[in-house]
Design a binder for this molecule. Structure first.
Ligand code: ZN
Ligand code: ZN
Ligand code: FE
Length: 758
């Protein structure tokens, strides 16, 4: 290249893709360009941000270098291309209107209110003092108010609010941090909050502080957030918490609490650095952190749990509310009746909350896309989401380009679906359990609106192998070529995809409740060797009967009997598991005759059985309760384990009978329950790694992928990982994608695309 003369003008065209809309990218570019005295323009196109700059060659280069290394806090740059062009003689640097083409740019997730906005919110001299819809280019609702891309005000539910002159000025001033902040508003022109009793508005000066006062005095108040309504009550007041449980028809399932500040949180739960980081992160998830003992929150919030789900205020309404709350924390749980979808429309709210909330605090900006709070915990310094929703959706998981044009239906429990385009998998927000008819209706609606939002078309439908799953049947009713993906294989692929190891040969270990197997039986303790888009089942636990099918899931005592009967025959009848003689004889007969008794090898069912056998949980009130409570009681320094046996050749089988017999022995010896639980966890961890080691000898795979709902168990997952690493394995978990069935849609999307290759 010939050397440039100093007076020469250079020009470049730069194209940047990723999360670059709604995150302040254009003002950021504008500031750099003007600081260097460059001319040109920046615009949002259907294909990311496009910039043209011209000026002195060295300034142009500085500009490009700066863009490569710096970015606004919320932006995610995925691709960056820069080409030299002929100078066009621009006179200034301009921020251009969005041009719409085929939209490829990503939709940003909702962002918790930022520090700058908070400072203004609580500054009496600011024109937005206590204005509950304050936001800027770095914060505010996004996904939940957006109908379609590009992310422009006309495509959001802010459309109906016409900006006043002051707001308009901020919005069009490139140096302002509200430049192109699509939900920009103030008390003169933006949305307003109202408090209702029943469906009648209450006249009060400040509806939010009034709502706080009501919560302080023991009432239950519904509060509209970014993605739907919450139900709120004083978390330190037993009567309110119990009343909320009764009205929500919620058994023992823990409630999450919103704490006033990170400082107050430290008084309730123990926090390490990464937990603190995630609590204050702009995605503002609920973090399951270890309870401090004693703490001011009543036990009824999360009965028997070692962990409490805590989160911090993330909307301006929450911040104003929490300032006026007296206790350090309030229960803030999804606004719905148990098992039903979260309420997010006002009309629906007044109907549904009639008997649930004493008051409703709402506002007149429509929620377009509902989104429950995301929930996760930190393990080894990394976040592991058990529910991926608000704050994360619809950020895609990047995989390979072959994954394209697929709608993945997900599984029936903790459902999410996914849409894939050119190597990006857009997982939906959390739906809930499809057994509920209202959730199914919501699911179909959400598939349609996600398609509209992202402008995605699909030609293929990936679904679970289970023919009776609602998700399978709904998928069958839609147009497109169908591909069934085995449940546990989907789990393994989901973890491979998010860890970027789709090219590796791995041993996938999928432990969960139940999933439909290739042979029509119920799987759930799978050792799958995965290579080149195929899997071989190399091991699993022994099959045991599930007397009563679904009923055995709801009543863990049935599983306890089944395991006992399997390991000690008639002697099982003598063991007390909280069932009458008659009930036990009845179960025995069911098993003997095989009436309504499918066979399962799901490890989740074994956890259920042991939980009931130890008298911890005989009937469950929420999914996973027996296993969770078994984990909660485990403790002590005991590192003992029970004997186990592995049989078989091509397909190894873990014989669980010796484990069950030893637990019965321990019970007879009055060994403390916490020790038995600890030993049980240790046993499963050891045998898992031992079997992995055996399979490695034959298959040569030394990467293990640990997935499935059972790996939400922290004791088990950290022990398996530790032991596997000691044996020289590299171990991977699901992290941002749930390890439970909430991650299945990703696995289906990817697996179905890779299968097609053949
Ligand atoms: Zn802000
Ligand atoms: Zn205004
Ligand atoms: Fe599963």
């Amino acid at each position: 290249m010939p050397s440039q003369k100093p007076e020469e003008v250079a020009a470049y065209r730069i194209n940047i893709n990723g999360i670059v809309q709604g995150v302040g990218y254009r003002p950021f570019v504008y500031r750099i360009a003007s600081s260097l005295g460059l001319n040109g323009f920046v615009l949002n196109s259907g294909n990311g941000v496009i910039i043209e700059v011209e000026g002195k060659p060295e300034d142009c280069i500085r500009f490009v270098e700066k863009l490569r290394v710096e970015k606004p806090p919320r932006a995610v740059v995925k691709t960056f291309s820069c080409t030299r062009i002929t100078p066009r003689g621009y006179r200034e640097f301009r921020v251009e209107q969005t041009i719409s083409e085929e939209v490829e740019t990503l939709c940003p997730p909702d962002v918790a209110v930022c520090k700058d906005c908070l400072n203004e919110l609580f500054n009496p001299k600011d024109r937005r003092y206590l204005y509950p819809f304050i936001n800027c280019i770095n914060c505010g609702p996004r996904f939940t108010i957006l109908e379609k891309l590009p992310y422009d005000r006309v495509n959001t539910s802010m459309r109906k609010f016409k900006m006043c002159r002051d707001c308009e000025k901020e919005y069009s001033e490139p140096s302002c941090r509200r430049f192109k902040a699509e939900p920009n508003a103030c008390s003169r022109c933006g949305p307003t909050v109202r408090l209702y009793q029943g469906d009648k508005p209450i006249k009060v000066e400040n509806p939010i502080s009034e709502a706080a006062r009501l919560i302080n005095s023991g009432f239950i108040v519904a509060v509209k957030g970014y993605g739907g309504f919450h139900l709120a009550c004083d978390a330190t007041r037993r009567s309110s918490v119990l009343e909320l449980r009764r009205r929500k028809r919620r058994g023992n399932k823990p409630f999450a609490i919103m704490v006033k500040s990170i400082k107050e949180a430290e008084g309730i739960v123990e926090l390490n650095d990464s937990e603190r980081e995630w609590l204050t992160h702009y995605s503002a998830p609920i973090i399951l952190a270890k309870k401090r003992e004693p703490n001011p929150v009543v036990e009824e919030v999360a009965p028997g749990m070692r962990y409490l789900g805590v989160f911090l205020p993330y909307t301006p309404i929450h911040h104003i509310l929490m300032r006026n709350i007296e206790p350090p924390a309030i229960v803030l749980t999804s606004g719905n009746i148990s098992e039903e979808p979260i309420v997010f429309r006002d009309g629906e709210a007044f109907k549904k909350f009639k008997n649930m909330a004493d008051y409703v605090l709402t506002y007149n900006r429509r929620i377009v896309n509902f989104a429950d709070d995301s929930v996760g915990f930190v393990q080894d310094g990394r976040l592991r989401l058990v529910r991926r929703s608000r704050g994360f959706v619809p950020e895609p998981v990047e995989v390979e380009p072959r994954v394209d044009g697929v709608l993945a239906m997900g599984a029936d429990l903790n459902n999410t679906f996914a849409l894939a385009k050119k190597g990006r998998v857009f997982m939906s927000q959390y739906m809930g359990d499809l057994e509920n008819m209202l959730i199914r209706r919501r699911y179909l609606e959400a598939i349609r609106s996600m398609q509209r939002l992202l402008n995605l078309k699909y030609s293929r439908i990936a679904h679970d192998l289970h023919p009776a799953y609602y998700s399978t049947q709904i998928g069958a009713s839609l147009d497109g070529e169908k591909t069934a993906v085995q449940h546990h294989y989907a789990h393994v692929v989901s973890a491979m995809a998010e860890n970027n190891i789709l090219g590796l040969e791995v041993l996938g270990i999928a432990f969960d409740g139940t999933g439909y197997g290739e042979d029509g039986s119920l799987w759930g303790s799978e050792f799958l060797v995965v290579r080149r888009g195929e899997y071989v089942r190399r091991g699993h636990f022994k099959y045991v009967p599930m007397p009563g099918g679904e009923k055995a899931i709801m009543e863990p005592a049935r599983m306890a009997f089944s395991y006992l009967y399997d390991s000690m025959g008639e002697d099982a009848l003598k063991i007390n598991i909280g069932l009458s003689e008659k009930a036990k004889t009845f179960l025995k007969r069911m098993i003997d005759r095989g009436i309504n008794t499918p066979m399962t090898c799901g490890l989740g069912r074994m956890f259920d059985a042991v939980s009931a056998l130890l008298g911890i949980c005989l009937t469950r009130t929420f999914e996973g309760e027996p296993a969770v409570m078994l984990e909660m009681v485990a403790g002590g320094v005991d590192r003992g384990a029970y004997p186990f046996k592995i049989t078989g050749v091509k397909e190894y089988v873990v014989d669980t009978a010796p484990i069950i017999r030893s637990i019965v022995e321990d019970l007879k010896d009055n060994t403390p329950v916490k020790t038995i639980s600890q030993r049980f966890h240790e046993t499963i961890a050891r045998l898992t790694v031992e079997l992995a080691d055996t399979i490695r000898l034959e298959e040569g795979v030394d990467t293990v992928v640990l997935t499935g709902g059972v790996f939400q168990n922290r004791i088990l997952s950290s022990r398996v990982k530790r032991l596997a690493e000691e044996k020289g394995f590299q171990a991977f978990f699901n992290n941002i994608v749930p390890t439970n069935d909430g991650g299945i849609s990703l696995g289906q999307a990817v697996a179905s695309s890779l299968m097609e290759e053949e």
